[in-house]
Design a protein around this ligand. Sequence first.
Ligand SMILES: Cc1cc2nc3c(=O)[nH]c(=O)nc-3n(C[C@H](O)[C@H](O)[C@H](O)COP(=O)(O)OP(=O)(O)OC[C@H]3O[C@@H](n4cnc5c(N)ncnc54)[C@H](O)[C@@H]3O)c2cc1C
Length: 457
Amino acid sequence: MTASADVVIVGAGIAGVSAAHELAVRRGFEKVVIVDPRPPLSLTSDKSTECYRNYWPNLPMVALMNRSIDLLDEMSLASGNAFGLNRRGYLFVTAKQERLMELVESSHVSSSFGSGPVRIHHDPDSYRAADDGFDVLANSETLRQHFPYLTGEAVGALHVRRAGWFSAQQLGSWMLEQAKDRDAEVVVDEVIDIDIAGGQVRSVKLASGRVITTSVVIDAAGPLSPNVARLAEVDLPVFSELHLKVAFRDHLEVVPRNAPMIIWSDPQTIAWSDEEKTELLNQDRHQLVAEMPIFCHGRPEGGAESPYLLALWEYHKAVTEPLWPLPTDPLYPEVVMRGMATMVPELGQYLDRLPHSVVDGGYYSKTRENRPLIGPAGPKGFHLMSAMSGFGVMVAAGAADLVASHITGGPVAEYAKSFLLSRYDDPDYVAQIAALEDAALEDAGLEDAGLEDAGQL
Ligand SMILES: Cc1cc2nc3c(=O)[nH]c(=O)nc-3n(C[C@H](O)[C@H](O)[C@H](O)COP(=O)(O)OP(=O)(O)OC[C@H]3O[C@@H](n4cnc5c(N)ncnc54)[C@H](O)[C@@H]3O)c2cc1C
């Protein structure tokens, strides 16, 4: 058992494992220890939809995500693409002309921060393969020629190109093996205390009673990171939001295996029968009979032979203490299938008899403005990789790169300050967040909030 370490990482989710890889493999740290009572990647990081994109509404997030995707590309090359990284993109589909205009506008905003050029296609022939920027399929004909399985109601779509998905479990396993080859160690235990003296981290105490002396601790404890931060007397402005996802057996092969991530970008109302409506109201499920939120979305899962379709629709908006086992919603598969059938009408075949499905999920750990917390906070030597929200898998490599630069005292990227906890010490920044929250409420989730809400995807 290690009695001392250069760095102790609390948590072996994708954040902690990425930090271990960055420090041990890329930066040559000799004694990196990860402590976690659970098997690596098993709490939240293997429950994700595993998608990534550089489409964000502000400069720091675009820059951080571009860095992260650069690193994912590098690791994909180095590992022979052991984790199945693809560049299928995110396709935001709408049945409303004004919504299409909003999506185009938001792509220009993101583009101005460095997420690539915007190309508009009025003619099906001009739309072709790309791995950066945005393609706007500007009319129904152009859209349906390339995506014939989408509803004829759709008037167009925004295809985000520096985007796709990969296996977070396989990436995590590959990074962990590489880190272990450089003597990084995983200790199966729980960090229950952090000793601080003279304003400097000195050691961590584990539930087993063991102590590891170290001058650097990274809090990568996912939804439990506020508890770990409290051990270092740091208060995190972070809350947890429940998110579910469902895997369906698409045995009729409705969604093609080569589809991108498809996202219905309009609000919709589910066409329940009168009887169903009465029953839902009796069950106090009023929300399901009212207008439902934007962004019901899904993608094929697995290789060419796999029948699985992953799908999500965040209509619960449940901010709660993170507790396991997760609260369940027995109606989730049916509601999501109904939402998806609005975008892909052939999925309606499943509504009489839902195919086999498996629901899982976890907690998004979020700040108010949905930006992560990365870097030093509180006593010297204490660092955060926290509040990874619905983008932890895509941002982990970039966050690990950033936290490692802070730890080594090397030059940090321009965007570093945007992710520090100390950003909340700036009254102008706090006022900006409040103004954004007000605007989002007024827009009822369709403008500024539309792209911020895409943080859920
Ligand atoms: C339904 C769903 C869909 C998602 N889709 C996407 C997506 O498409 N793209 C994307 O990028 N992200 C997505 N996410 C978000 C992503 O999964 C998370 O942001 C990410 O997994 C968080 O990783 P983490 O390492 O911070 O936390 P976790 O994976 O939760 O790991 C934290 C670890 O810390 C350990 N720990 C806690 N306390 C202690 C302690 N005291 N001592 C030691 N260890 C401790 C825990 O045991 C756990 O193993 C999704 C999430 C959900 C729930």
